[in-house]
Structure formats: structure tokens, C-alpha cells
Design a binder for this molecule. Structure first.
Ligand code: THU
Length: 123
């Protein structure tokens, strides 16, 4: 699957977002090394901070299906990932992140998206 095909999957799934408060629908499609594509959308809540981003629903779903950090080749997102989702992308060790930003399509590594990042190294 090419990056543009993966982004097309993100574009398509964005229609299923639940975003009645912002009316800003986001889709995310994640490609695993085994060729699986796992999709996510943002799901908002009347208690605003409880809403979840498309990226996090996609990765939570992937982990629930048995995938682990390091299993991910690419994540395609219909919007530029927020700061918190950049931390998730880093944690999941995705190779590359492809996202729409205004009229451009940008490809970056999680490290470049989140320089000088926080990482916990348990004793
Ligand atoms: N949103 C995402 O789903 N992903 C991001 O990385 C940026 C923001 C969602 C959260 C909220 O439902 C809406 O976009 C407006 O912020």
C-alpha cells in the first residue's frame, strides 16, 4: 500500500468521525508491517476534554488487536497531528507520518515531529 493510498483511507474514514462540537472530522489510517490497515476517527464528548483524537483511536484499536510499538510502518492523518498525538506516534515507533496540512501533504518522522521528546526509561 502506498502512502497516498493510506491517506485516501484516512480521508474516507474521516466521514465516520463523531465531531458534533467542533465539526472538524479527522481520520487516521495506520499500516502495520504485516499489511493490516487500522483506522480511527476523532470521537468527541459533551465534556470537551474527554474527546479523543483520530490517531489515538486508531492506535488503541491496533494495540487491542494485538499490535505493539514497532509494528507500524506508516500513519496517515487528514490533519496535522496535535502535540499529544505526536507523543503517541513516538511511543508507537511509527516509521513515518503522512498528514495533510492546509493544501500540502507532509511526511515526517515522529522524532522530527517531536524534538527533544520525553521518554521514560524505568530503572
Ligand atoms: N483532532 C484529532 O482527531 N487529531 C489531531 O491530531 C488534531 C485534533 C480532533 C480533536 C477534536 O475532535 C477536533 O479535531 C478539533 O480539535
Amino acid at each position: 500500500m502506498t502512502d497516498s493510498e493510506l491517506l485516501a483511507r484516512a480521508d474516507a474514514v474521516a466521514d465516520r468521525a463523531y465531531a458534533p462540537y467542533s465539526d472538524f472530522r479527522v481520520g487516521c489510517a495506520v499500516l502495520t508491517r504485516t499489511g493490516d490497515v487500522i483506522e480511527g476517527v476523532n470521537v468527541e464528548n459533551a465534556a470537551f476534554p474527554l474527546g479523543v483524537c483520530a490517531e489515538r483511536t486508531a492506535f488503541a484499536r491496533a494495540v487491542a488487536e494485538g499490535h505493539r510499538p514497532g509494528d507500524f510502518v506508516a500513519a496517515a492523518i487528514t490533519a496535522s497531528p496535535c502535540g499529544g498525538c505526536r507523543q503517541w506516534l513516538l511511543e508507537m515507533r511509527v516509521e513515518r507520518v503522512v498528514f495533510r496540512n492546509e493544501s500540502r501533504v507532509v511526511t515526517m518522522s515522529p522524532q522530527d515531529l517531536l524534538p527533544e521528546s520525553f521518554e521514560l526509561h524505568p530503572a
